[in-house]
Write a new protein. Sequence first.
Length: 300
Amino acid sequence: MPEQFCRVSPDIELCWEDFGEPTDPPVLLIMGLATQMIGWPEEFCEGLAGRGFRVVRFDNRDSGRSTHIKGRAPTVGQLLRRSRRAAHYTLADMAADATGLLRELDLGPAHVVGASMGGMIAQTVAARHPEAVRSLVSIMSTTGGRFVGQPSPWVYRIFLRRPGEGKEAAVARTLNVFRAVGSRGLPLDVDTIRDIAERSWDRDHDPFGPGRQLAAIIASGNRTAELRRIAMPTTVIHGTSDRLVAPSGGRATARAIPGARLVTIEGMGHDLPRPAWPRILDAIEETAARADALRQRDVV
């Protein structure tokens, strides 16, 4: 289905699209920092839809064709000091956006899947809006704790370096980022990364949106206590070679959420490498099946 727009609050409009049959159980995919909804590749979405789901992906606020917030981006100094005063919004606000999309599209409760910052948003949706969530899958994400999930120190230099002007420079920067933080033990799909980077530039290239999103993560702090309230079936997926969100972040997330299952993918970094798709899709389907079995048991 072509891209559509949905107003989820007076100030926020989200761009979204879906795959699969409208009557199938819904799966909401939430993407991460500085990444548009097309970061969930079409073939991945179609593969999930082929397993009997209606798959919805959308641009978070401050990315893609969704609403961009007016306001200054945080400075490098504010980010390094982890200043909460630099934030225009928090992960809770982004979770409210996602929940509003489910409400306005009449999709809830849905199976909610998030990657990286999207995993943080998905966790927050599950903790604060449990009525909207059937099951939760958190991929390459963390709890916000200061001593887990931290990136390798040299990674900061890559993200704080200002890109050159224009589309070619932006695409080159994206490729450099994924060469640094992407999978080492699994093939890096350079052609797909380049294609997504090029299309992302064409859809939107707000240079300050990622900084505002990062400030939202910092302002949200340690969410471990909140995650302990999550009661629906949950799977946490993390790669062993993730240098942006260290595997300790995935382990901490699984420990914090009661009954969560941890799936570790050998060689996966901070990306969605094609060879890992079968295990990721299997995990989403299995988690959804657990949730649906519980719902049927409760009805009986």
